[in-house]
Design a protein around this ligand. Structure first.
Ligand code: ADP
Length: 360
């Protein structure tokens, strides 16, 4: 193999640039040229490729722009949602474009959707593909961690610490909504890390009425004088079926008889941005090392996974990283999201145990 390509797709995640830089460095060290594909699968279909390593003095070096971007959030290559890639014709065009450009293997950094596309590309066209999990939601199967999760958690924790400062000063309760349409991982971990009163997760499958009842209960319990609680903080995942503003309006109407004011803050895209943490940069580097190695050895239709919580996969030179077939990853991701995976069951059990302690 002499030339590979890399793309970032779907929701951007802090650490994608670190992953790109690491992939280019690892490949360069092995004498392999790396092309970057702009704007995810759109760029693959339209042939928007650019060199991420350049020949200099007989060898290859990473381009300076990428070196500068390595510690920044977002993705230097751009990302996209690409409807054409849902069609076999779009995927066939992409494979043809890559082959025409002399590309012999592809690294895809992205989440569930992007890796579904990667799996179809590999199986339908035979183009060699290795996936690298990058998704702040941590909703991908077989891996215990994905690029961007740790950075997103740290951003949430910082925001909650700031909100807690003002909540304590005014005897307020806050419902903070964090990203996570199908997965409550960010809400669950940040609730524990900020010592919030509770986390509301999509996996708990509560109805809208149950959510309102539960928040009223939490606010009343937290506001009772004998508890002497300086602030009430409830972290709600986006996927819980009542918008934060409506939830707070309904709860405020119900708790008029007590001296507490409930406010909502939706963190939204703030959680996606920002420079990656040390952990995400390290994860990106170790994933890239294993992924480039796998591609060069002729492995395809797989994803690199960090300290898997499930059995299986094959070893890589990095003892913390294993390779799982994309088919297995996607099947386990579906189980994670529909709640049948033992990993989701264990998370919910842990959350149940934590809820009693959090509310104290
Ligand atoms: P993420 O990778 O963050 O989950 P998306 O779900 O938006 O983000 O997927 C990103 C892109 O991956 C989509 O716009 C599409 O191009 C491709 N993709 C997603 N799902 C599929 C699918 N079922 N078949 C083919 N391509 C897909």
């Amino acid at each position: 193999m002499e030339r590979i390509a890399v793309l970032t797709s779907g929701g951007d995640a802090p650490g994608m640039n670190a992953g790109l830089l690491a992939a280019v460095k690892v490949a360069t060290a092995r004498g392999i040229e790396v092309l970057g594909i702009e704007r995810g699968y759109d760029g693959a279909i339209d042939g928007h490729l650019r060199a991420l390593s350049r020949r200099a003095g007989g060898g290859l070096v990473p381009v300076g722009e990428l070196e500068r971007a390595g510690g920044r959030g977002g993705t230097l290559l751009g990302s996209s949602r690409c409807p054409r890639f849902f069609e076999p014709a779009g995927r066939a065009t992409a494979a043809g474009r890559l082959r025409d450009a002399g590309v012999e293997g592809l690294l895809v950094l992205g989440g569930n959707g992007s890796l579904t596309g990667a799996h179809l590309l590999a199986t339908e066209t035979g183009f060699p593909v290795v996936g690298i999990p990058a998704s702040i939601d941590n909703d991908l199967g077989c891996t215990s961690d994905a690029i961007g999760v740790d950075s997103a958690l740290n951003t949430i924790i910082e925001a909650c610490d700031r909100i807690s400062d003002t909540a304590r000063s005014h005897h307020r309760a806050f419902v903070v909504e964090v990203m996570g349409r199908d997965s409550g991982y960010l809400a669950m971990v940040s609730a524990v890390a900020t010592a919030a009163d509770a986390a509301l997760l999509p996996e708990q499958a509560m109805t809208e009425a149950e959510v309102v009842d539960e928040v009223e209960r939490l606010v009343r319990a937290g506001a009772s004088p004998e508890r002497d609680k300086p602030r009430i903080l409830i972290i709600k995942a986006e996927g819980v079926p009542v918008p934060a503003t409506r939830l707070v309006r309904e709860v405020n109407e119900r708790v008029r008889d007590i001296d507490v004011d409930v406010r909502a803050t939706v963190l939204g895209h703030i959680v996606r941005g920002g420079n990656p943490t040390a952990h995400d940069r390290l994860l990106a580097g170790r994933f890239a090392f294993a992924a480039v190695g796998a591609l060069l050895e002729g492995t395809t239709d797989v994803m690199v996974a960090w300290r898997p919580a499930v059995d299986g996969g094959t070893a890589t030179p990095d003892s913390s990283v294993r390779l799982f077939s994309l088919a297995e990853v996607l099947a386990e991701t579906a189980r994670l999201l529909d709640g049948t995976s033992p990993v989701t069951q264990a998370r919910l059990q842990r959350m149940k145990a934590a809820q009693g302690v959090l509310g104290l």
